[in-house]
Design a protein around this ligand. Structure first.
Ligand code: CA2
Length: 148
C-alpha cells in the first residue's frame, strides 16, 4: 500500500455549508472529504483527511507528513494569511505540497492577497469550490513519488 496523501484543513472549514454559501459553496466538509476519497480512489491513492481550528495541531500534522505522506494538500484557511509557523513547517517537507482554496482570495479583501503558504508550495489551486480539492488530488497523483 502506498503512503497516503495528507489533506489538511484549517480553521472554520468545519462550518462549511452552514454559512456564506455564496463564497464557499453549499457543500459541507464531509461532502468535500467524500469527493476527495472518490477522486483519490480513481488514482489508487489512500487519503488521510484532517481539519483543525488549532494552528499547532496543523503543524503536528505537517510534521507527521514528513515521513508518512506521499504528498500534502492543504487549505490553511485564515492561517494562509498569517501563519509563519505553518510556513516554517511546510518548508521542511520534501514531498509535493499543494495549496488549495475554495474561493479565489486574490479577488477578495486585500489582506487575503498575502499567502505565507504559497512560498512553500509546489503549486496553488483556488477559486473552483470543491473542485479545487479534486484538481489538487489530480496534481498530487502526478507529482507523488511511488514508495521506495
Ligand atoms: O477560499 C478558501 O478556501 C479560504 O481558505 C477559506 C478561508 C479564508 O480565510 C481564506 O482566505 C480562503 C475561510 C474559511 C472559513 O470557512 C467558513 C465556512 C463557513 C462559514 C464561515 C467560514
Amino acid at each position: 500500500m502506498s503512503k497516503p496523501v495528507y489533506i489538511l484543513n484549517g480553521p472554520n472549514l468545519n462550518l462549511l455549508g452552514a454559512r456564506e454559501p455564496e463564497i464557499y459553496g453549499k457543500q459541507t466538509l464531509a461532502d468535500i472529504e467524500d469527493i476527495c476519497r472518490i477522486e483519490a480512489d480513481t488514482h489508487g491513492l489512500p487519503v488521510r483527511f484532517h481539519q483543525s481550528n488549532i494552528e499547532g495541531e496543523i503543524v503536528d500534522q505537517i510534521q507527521e507528513a514528513r515521513d508518512k505522506a506521499s504528498a500534502l494538500i492543504i487549505n490553511p484557511a485564515a492561517y494562509t494569511h498569517s501563519s509563519i509557523a505553518l510556513h516554517d513547517a511546510l518548508k521542511t517537507l520534501d514531498i509535493p505540497v499543494i495549496e488549495v482554496h475554495l474561493s479565489q482570495p486574490a479577488t477578495r479583501e486585500s489582506f487575503r492577497r498575502r499567502s505565507y503558504v504559497a512560498e512553500t508550495a509546489t503549486g496553488t489551486i483556488s477559486g473552483f469550490g470543491a473542485d479545487s480539492y479534486r484538481l489538487a488530488i489530480k496534481a498530487a497523483s502526478k507529482l507523488a513519488q511511488p514508495d521506495t
